[in-house]
Design a protein around this ligand. Structure first.
Ligand SMILES: [Zn+2]
Ligand SMILES: [Zn+2]
Length: 343
């Protein structure tokens, strides 16, 4: 079978790979589609904390069950599935309190022996596999994982419907957080970006306010004006320079800042503001099982799924054009939102 690898910084390849022997608790999935994630781009740029090229890549997928191990009883062959792409050790304090995302020995695709999901076949532990309704669109099924990120961010934010919410960065994750927040009844929301097109998508998906911060040097003031004051929650989905202090500045006293973007560089923080106004800065890492359940429920129940898919997924490419897809995302091209590879 074929599998996509990041061979070195900015260079992908398609390798021929043998499919590993299936373990008794494992599931072999014929991959239909895989999504290019912001974290994959960090690998592509040679700046991922624990994935160093050459590595196989990909962790967002939809596919069909091809074969199951001898102990797997509850996952029928042929079912449509996606995977929670992390496995905990099962023994550490985090695993025992349902926080596999913080496990001391967390395993993920593309690390160690676990081959990435951008391959024709993907093997996952049965307990990480989610069986989806067969009629759920493959494109929607790939979005389960990033939507789980979005729901985890809202959980960390302890967001309620009355909150005034700012989302900084209208990439796929920012837009999915917007949709997740709207689904929870948050009507007072604002989303920012430096590109026009993602903000147009944000508007179509129901954003109350959008703000192109490239157009306003004093965008912090504009954000507060549009909102009628500071925000209860500010979710950071971009790692642009000084974004943390900007987020702090538009957060209410006692409000929370949630960082979802992956930061490559150190940022200094205005501690006087943080401390004196009792603001909280919260890190946010992947998701847990309950967030997958929320994401699946959202995609199953929303009555504008087609509109969501069509707006969020800007490109679908055959997997042998992975290099092109990664380049499009890495360069933040104007009309690029979510890019999927088809297998
Ligand atoms: Zn992802
Ligand atoms: Zn653990």
């Amino acid at each position: 079978m074929k599998a996509v690898y990041v061979e070195q910084t900015h260079r992908l390849s398609i390798r021929n790979q043998t499919i590993s022997q299936l373990g008794e608790n494992e599931v072999l999935i014929k991959v239909a589609m895989a999504g290019i994630c912001g974290s994959d781009i960090h690998v592509y740029n040679g700046r991922h904390p624990f994935r160093t090229p050459p590595v196989s890549i990909g962790h967002e997928l939809s596919g069909y069950v091809e074969e199951v191990g001898s102990n797997v009883k509850n996952i029928p062959i042929g079912s449509k599935v996606t995977v929670n792409p992390q496995v905990g050790c099962g023994e550490c304090a985090y695993c025992r309190s349902n926080q596999i995302n913080l496990c001391e020995n967390r395993q993920a695709p593309g690390v160690g022996n676990w081959l990435g999901a951008m391959s024709e076949y993907f093997i996952a532990s049965a307990n990480t596999v989610f069986v989806l309704p067969n009629e759920l669109d493959n494109r929607a099924a790939v979005l389960v994982e990033p939507f789980a990120v979005a729901f985890h961010a809202l959980e960390k934010a302890n967001l309620t419907s009355g909150h005034k919410l700012a989302i900084l960065g209208a990439g796929p994750i920012g837009l999915m957080i917007l949709l997740a927040a709207i689904s929870k009844g948050v009507s007072q929301n604002l989303i920012t970006d430096i590109r026009k097109y993602p903000l147009e998508i944000g508007e179509k998906l129901g954003a109350r306010q959008v703000l192109n911060i490239a157009k306003h040097e004093d965008w912090l003031k504009h954000a507060e004006e549009l909102n009628g004051g500071k925000f209860d929650r500010v979710i950071v989905c971009t790692d642009s320079s000084n974004i943390i202090n900007q987020a702090l500045q538009i957060t209410k006293k006692g409000g929370k800042i949630i960082t979802v973007a992956m930061f490559d560089d150190e940022h200094s923080i205005n501690m006087r503001d943080l401390q004196g106004s009792e603001k909280e800065m919260i890190g946010c890492m992947t998701y847990n099982e309950n967030n997958f359940e929320e994401a699946i429920q959202f995609l199953n129940e929303t009555n504008n799924l087609e509109e969501i898919i069509n707006n969020l997924i800007s490109h679908i490419l055959p997997f042998n054009e992975a290099q092109k897809g990664f380049q499009m995302v890495a360069n933040s091209q104007e009309k690029v939102i979510k890019v999927l590879l088809e297998f």
